[in-house]
Write a protein that binds this ligand. Structure first.
Ligand SMILES: NC(=O)c1ccc[n+]([C@@H]2O[C@H](COP(=O)([O-])OP(=O)(O)OC[C@H]3O[C@@H](n4cnc5c(N)ncnc54)[C@H](O)[C@@H]3O)[C@@H](O)[C@H]2O)c1
Length: 316
């Protein structure tokens, strides 16, 4: 691969999505600077990249200002699973808001293009289904999820104000549930939870009656979406949904995981956590139209790869 000459900063680059993004950028020929404080991410996720001549790692907390030479910034730094972001909610809000301010200030100084990894959580528990980008959401401002949901909403506001006030080139991508290899064993996300429980032969815990729905995007598709958004014409700022519109119930997901993993576990029901959205499905018409992007990996194929990853991890 010929070097592109582009210097790209990925914050949260040692996390689940960040590590896949760093790999994809290296494959494209970029010079990659990965910034992470290892709050949830680890060196293991990026171990294969550490010796690469176009890869650099900087241990740094994005709540502290940063000055580096960059052409492009992907801001992914933030714990993403409820278990992690609720552990220290004040820190989560600081990371969302101060992190965005520091990286926007850097982008402004360097005249760099900057992309924000936002989230479908900005829609809260939606009364519009599926969720298009022009829907403003229904978010509880004082609940257990608010540190993340409102932190991410405030970050979006900052991105658009930097765009309007300073003419910064921004991209805001609302990521819907994504799964794949390198998810964490203990982060309580439904896909990894079900797979680990199934592989260990433990009961698969379904919250509520399991009729609540989600849509899951395989990580490779998500990364293609982030790259397409970053490369889109300057006039396209988003916000744009990136996710897989194939929707299924949590009961249905549990059945698929049990079938694909060949597990003899059974599912058991537990009470729903507070503010758990009942439905979640992206409207991806805007991404299809403006980015020419849509997901390609079917759920069974992505789940099979993810199950293989966790099986190897548990047997290691
Ligand atoms: N995975 C998903 O389904 C999903 C869905 C919606 C949005 N997102 C967003 O995508 C981004 C990445 O998510 P992920 O699933 O890879 O999560 P992750 O927890 O695996 O990765 C986040 C990374 O950010 C780092 N980090 C956290 N706080 C930091 C700080 N203050 N300074 C520097 N680094 C910090 C962590 O150490 C970790 O490596 C997050 O911003 C998340 O909100 C993810």
């Amino acid at each position: 691969m010929r070097p592109s000459g582009q210097r790209t900063l990925v914050t949260g680059g040692a996390g689940f999505l960040g590590s896949h993004l760093c790999e994809a950028l290296i494959r494209r020929g970029d010079q990659v600077l990965c910034v992470d404080n290892f709050h949830t991410g680890t060196r293991d996720t990026i171990a294969p990249l550490l010796e690469h001549p176009r890869f650099e790692l900087l241990q740094h907390d994005v709540t502290v200002p940063l000055d580096v030479e960059v052409d492009r910034i992907f801001n992914l730094a933030c714990p993403a699973s409820p278990v992690h972001y609720q552990h220290d909610p004040v820190r989560t809000t600081r990371t969302c808001v101060l992190g965005a301010m520091n990286l926007l200030a850097l982008a402004e100084r360097r005249r760099a293009r900057i992309l924000q990894a936002s989230t479908s959580e900005v829609y809260g528990d939606p009364e519009v289904h599926p969720q298009p980008e022009h829907y403003w959401g229904r978010v509880n401002p004082t609940g257990l999820r608010s540190c993340y949901n409102e932190g991410k909403r405030c970050a979006e506001t900052l991105f658009f104000d930097y765009h309007r006030q300073y003419g910064l080139e921004i991209k805001v991508v609302r990521i819907f549930n994504t799964y794949g290899p390198r998810m964490y064993v203990d982060d309580g996300r439904v896909v990894s939870n079900f797979i680990i429980q199934a592989l260990r032969g433990d009961p698969v815990t379904v919250y509520g009656d399991g009729s609540q729905t989600r849509s899951f995007c395989y990580v490779d598709d998500l990364i293609d979406g982030l790259l397409a958004a970053m490369d889109s014409p300057a006039a396209f700022t988003g916000p744009v949904n990136i996710g897989n519109p194939d929707e299924l119930s949590m009961r249905g997901l549990a059945e698929r995981v049990l079938r694909l993993s060949g597990s003899s576990s059974r599912s058991v029901h537990q009470p729903l956590p507070p503010d758990d959205p009942k439905v979640r499905r992206p409207d991806i018409a805007l991404a299809r139209k403006n980015l020419g992007w849509q997901p390609r990996v079917p759920l069974d194929e992505g789940l099979a790869k993810t199950i293989a990853y966790f099986r190897a991890l548990l047997n290691a």
